[in-house]
Design a protein around this ligand. Sequence first.
Ligand code: AMP
Length: 613
Amino acid sequence: MPEAPKDISMVSDYVVDCNLSDTNTKALQFIEDVTANADEVQKRVLAEILSRSAQVEYLKRHGLNGRTDRETFKKVMPVITYEDLQTDISRIANGDTSQILCAKPISEFLTSSGTSGGERKLMPTIEEELERRSLLYSLLMPVMNQFVPGLENGKGMYFLFIKSEAKTPGGLVARPVLTSYYKSSHFKERPYDPYTNYTSPNESILCQDSYQSMYSQLLCGLCQNKEVLRVGAVFASGFIRAIRFLEKHWALLCNDIRTGIMDPQITDSSVRDAVSKILKPDPKLADFIQAECSRESWRGIITKLWSNTKYIDVIVTGTMSQYIPILDYYSNGLPLICTMYASSECYFGLNLKPLSKPSEVSYTLIPTMAYFEFLPVHRNNGVTNSISVPKSLNEKEQKELVDLVHVKLGQEYELVVTTYAGLYRYRVGDVLRVAGFKNKAPQFNFICRKNVVLSIDSDKTDEVELQNSVKNAITHLVQFDASLIEYTSYADTTTTIPGHYVLYWELKLSGSTPVPPSVFEDCCLTIEESLNSVYRQGRVSDKSIGPLEIKIVETGTFDKLMDYSISRGASINQYKTPRCVKFAPIVELLNSRVVSNYFSPKCPRWVPGHKQW
Ligand code: AMP
């Protein structure tokens, strides 16, 4: 029977440095074993977490009394959301080092792109979680190798970035999970492995300045273009950002390749040193890149510049699916590969059929990563995204949670995790649908994040936040006797890059003075100021979201929208204006009735860290 990695030595034993095919075989065997024995592994994972944490305050508070069996755990422990943990998390952030959630010391906070009260959620983590994340990463290429062999003979051009970090009042670092991973010795000091042989030097990935990081990663990717067999980023939005950066800066990059001297704007000395080992004068390559980039159409640019590329490794499931057409355009339809499903709370699983179409991708949860439970999702008129503030579950609903091996094919569930790092029956907020099974372990399609209506990059805006932001903005209209009759929104990722939020507003104008454009611009900015810190970071620091736009539509537009929905079968009694639209004909209908539009004139305020520190 397989062992769940019990301690660090087991994990590193597992990823022993034997020859590649041995390593691949072992990785695949591990997947076979843990999925074939999914329930036993899950039982053991839970018992292990609970016995280690027997003395932690949180479990004692709920009266678990050192029990480690599933039945007692399910009877005694509540299913919770982040808000339920906020007091405990604040204590940890403020320096309380007692065993509040976890017996092992909290090593840092991972700042999730999910927010609470407008701020990133803080997920406690422990040192050994890095081992678990590394284990999941180590399974990806053995899986891939079954479908696309030979990848060990070349490099991956991956655009990877770190983000700013902050310190809590108690001195713990708070940063995104990938920043934590890239800065760890697991990544920085990884032994040579043909599968983690990237074109980007670590120094470029670890450069805090996003311009210098992107520039140098692209430069290195271009210099080694013949060696590149796969390209990617974490999310599709990040990869497209790199291509758009190339569109803007290819002339400078070509100049560097021609002369072998890096642009003086790159001032980070460690980046310069690292790149100097790769950059050599190569006028022929510079001519080639210049010729390709000067063409009017950039269709297929990826396959032209990196002609040996076999696939693009980016997540295009969930909200990222909006980027599929543009990726297809730039790559002439290269396979888009979604390898894994993970979060700050926990890394969950991987895609065992990486060549499947994005719409059919399913992730197999790896039973050693955490203890998983599933809350059935009862759809309301086919809409999971309707306004719903996270609510606590009643006793009956708590009983509905099922274990990993008991989920039903075709049914949708909300994922609930119990982790080694101190989360117990925690609702992640993702809705998944069972698409099949690998042995006893289910495979899930990612359906959506609960409540999220708008997303461009890692921002996740829900209806309540949108509603509050609009409410704040319309105060600007009062003095003009103008009021908002209806509104909806749209994440526009096609007409501008980076994409931006669009709000469609229908107004009732009762005053004699028209509303000046500057007032609508103020409305745009007020909405942005009111949105959560992940959105504002995307605008200010990552520059991954463009200025918000308000489009004023003709009177009667929202009636037309209702007529259209009813003509397509919506019930007239139950019709509610959708607060976000995605369906192309509806977006077209709205766009055809725009009378004026306004953009946010500047970036909203954003500073690294948390509001309270
Ligand atoms: P964060 O906590 O900021 O790391 O974000 C984690 C969230 O990103 C998950 O809970 C999902 O909502 C989303 N996510 C992660 N991986 C995937 C994936 N492969 N497909 C779709 N969404 C994903």
